[in-house]
Design a protein around this ligand. Structure first.
Ligand SMILES: C[S@@+](CC[C@H](N)C(=O)[O-])C[C@H]1O[C@@H](n2cnc3c(N)ncnc32)[C@H](O)[C@@H]1O
Length: 400
C-alpha cells in the first residue's frame, strides 16, 4: 500500500498518518513500507538528494543525508519556530549557519577487537552493530587520518567481548584521544601507550581518568587566546559553528562592560568576550574553569576574567549577584537553565543572550523571561551537527 510521509519528527524520522516512523524519507514522499520496516520510495520529492556518504544506509552517525542542505536548514528553522509558537512566542529569525562537510572536530567512536585486529567506527542506529566508516563525510580529515592509531589503541584496550569508547578531538597540537576501557592502566601498559602516542604523533593520550602522555599542547583557539581543555572536554562540534555562535554573541553584547557567562565551559565565549568586557565565568566543572583561567593568564590584551565553580541547577546566581552585571550569557546543557532563568527574571538585568542546543527547553526558558518583560529580539540558527537532527540557537533578549 502506498502512503505519504506527513512530517519529520524531532529525531529526523518520517511519520505516516498512522504514526509509523520511517528512516531516510522526507515529507510528501509516497512510500511503501517493506516487511523489514524500511521504506521503499515510490515518489521522491525534489529535496531528495543522493547521500554523499556511502556509509549512510548502515551507519547511525547521520540521519538526514538524503535531504538537500536547503531542506535541512528550513526544517531546522521550522523546528525552532514551532517550539517557540507552542508557547505563543515569536520567531525573530536572522540567520542560518550550516557547517561544511568534513568539519566535525570532536567525535565519540567505538572500537572492538576482531580476529584480524580491530574495527573502529560508529554504531548502526539503535544497534550494537559497529560500522566502519573509512569514507565518513562528517569528520575532519585530521581525525580520519587518526584511524590507524584508534585501531592500534583498540587492539590494546578492548577484548573480543567488550567495546571501548574513543573520544577524539582535533586540537592545534594534533589529535587528543581519550580511551574509556575496562582494562586497567599498569606501569608497563603506560610505557607501551606512550610509545604508541609517539609513533602516531598524538598530541595527548588519556586512559580513563589518567593522562598517559601529553606530547604537544592540545590547545583550542578561543578568540585571540589559546586554551588546553581537559581530555574529552565539551567543545562546540565544529570550528565553523563555534565561529558563527561567537559572532552572534559578540554582536549581541555591544556596550556591555560587565558580563556574566553562565555555563561557560572552558571559555569558548568568555575569552572572545574578554577582548572587550570584564567577564565572570560560572561553570560546574572545575577542570574546565582551571583551563579557562590558565588561558586567560597567558592571553594578551584581555579585560579581567574571574571564575566560579558552581552548580547552576541547584544554586543559580541570585538576583542581587546578577545585578552587578550589564548582561548575562547562558549556554546550558540540553536540560536548559530553568532555575537560573527564574533568578534572571527576578533580577534587574535588562540584557540576556541565550545559546541553546535544545529548542524545547530554549522556548521554555525564553517564556519565563518574556513573562518578566523580556522580548526575544533576534535569533540565529546554527547547524553544526550537519546531517543530524541536532540544532543550536543563539537568541538575544532585552527588556526596557
Ligand atoms: C553546552 S555546554 C557549553 C559550554 C561553553 N559555553 C562552550 O560553548 O564551550 C554546557 C556547559 O554546562 C556545564 N554544566 C552542566 N551542568 C551544569 C550545572 N548544573 N551547573 C553548572 N554548569 C553545568 C557543562 O560542564 C558544560 O560546560
Amino acid at each position: 500500500m502506498t502512503q505519504t510521509i506527513e512530517r519529520l519528527t524531532l529525531t529526523g524520522q518520517g511519520q505516516l498518518p498512522d504514526g509509523t516512523l520511517l528512516d531516510r524519507v522526507l515529507p510528501g514522499e509516497e512510500v511503501e513500507v517493506q516487511p523489514d520496516g524500511s521504506a521503499r520510495i515510490i515518489t521522491p520529492v525534489v529535496d531528495r538528494v543522493k547521500p554523499p556518504c556511502r556509509h549512510f544506509k548502515s551507519c547511525g552517525g547521520c540521519a538526514l543525508q538524503h535531504a538537500s542542505d536547503g531542506f535541512v536548514g528550513e526544517w531546522k528553522k521550522t523546528v525552532v519556530e514551532r517550539a517557540l509558537a507552542a508557547r505563543g512566542l515569536p520567531f525573530p529569525f536572522r540567520s542560518l549557519h550550516t557547517s561544511p562537510p568534513q568539519s566535525r572536530r570532536r567525535a565519540r567512536l567505538s572500537g572492538r577487537r576482531t580476529k584480524k585486529g580491530a574495527m573502529v567506527g560508529f554504531h548502526a542506529k539503535a544497534s550494537d552493530a559497529l560500522i566502519e566508516i573509512p569514507d565518513c563525510q562528517l569528520l575532519m580529515p585530521s581525525i580520519m587520518a587518526g584511524f590507524p592509531a584508534f585501531e592500534a589503541l583498540t587492539v590494546i584496550a578492548a577484548s573480543r567481548k567488550s567495546e571501548v569508547n574513543l573520544t577524539v578531538t582535533d586540537t592545534l597540537g594534533g589529535l587528543d584521544v581519550l580511551v574509556e576501557t575496562e582494562r586497567e592502566l599498569t606501569g608497563p601498559l603506560r610505557i607501551e601507550l606512550a610509545a604508541l602516542a609517539e609513533v602516531h604523533d598524538l598530541a595527548r593520550l588519556a586512559w580513563n581518568d589518567d593522562v598517559v602522555v601529553t606530547r604537544k599542547d592540545p590547545q583550542q583557539q578561543f578568540g585571540t587566546t589559546r586554551v588546553a581543555p581537559p581530555s574529552g572536554a565539551f567543545l562546540q562540534a565544529t570550528r565553523e559553528g563555534e565561529a558563527a555562535m561567537v559572532h552572534s554573541v559578540l554582536g549581541a553584547v555591544t556596550g556591555a562592560g560587565r558580563i556574566v557567562d553562565l555555563f561557560s565551559g572552558a571559555g569558548t565565549f568568555t575569552l572572545p568576550l574578554a577582548q572587550g568586557a570584564s567577564v565572570h565565568a560560572v561553570e560546574g566543572d572545575s577542570e574546565l574553569l582551571q583551563a579557562l583561567d590558565r588561558g586567560w593568564r597567558h592571553g594578551q590584551h584581555l579585560r579581567p576574567v574571574t571564575t566560579e565553580v558552581r552548580d547552576l541547577f541547584r544554586r543559580p546566581l541570585e538576583p542581587d549577584e546578577l545585578n552587578r552585571f550589564d548582561l548575562a550569557l547562558l549556554d546550558p546543557p540540553r536540560a536548559g537553565a530553568e532555575a537560573q532563568v527564574r533568578a534572571i527574571a527576578a533580577s534587574d538585568l535588562r540584557r540576556v543572550v541565550m545559546v541553546s542546543c535544545n529548542p524545547v527547553t530554549f522556548a521554555r526558558d525564553v517564556q519565563t523571561l518574556t513573562e518578566a518583560g523580556f522580548v526575544l529580539d533576534q535569533l540565529d540558527v546554527i547547524d553544526q551537527f550537519r546531517w543530524s537532527p541536532h540544532i543550536e540557537v543563539v537568541g538575544e533578549l532585552s527588556r526596557p
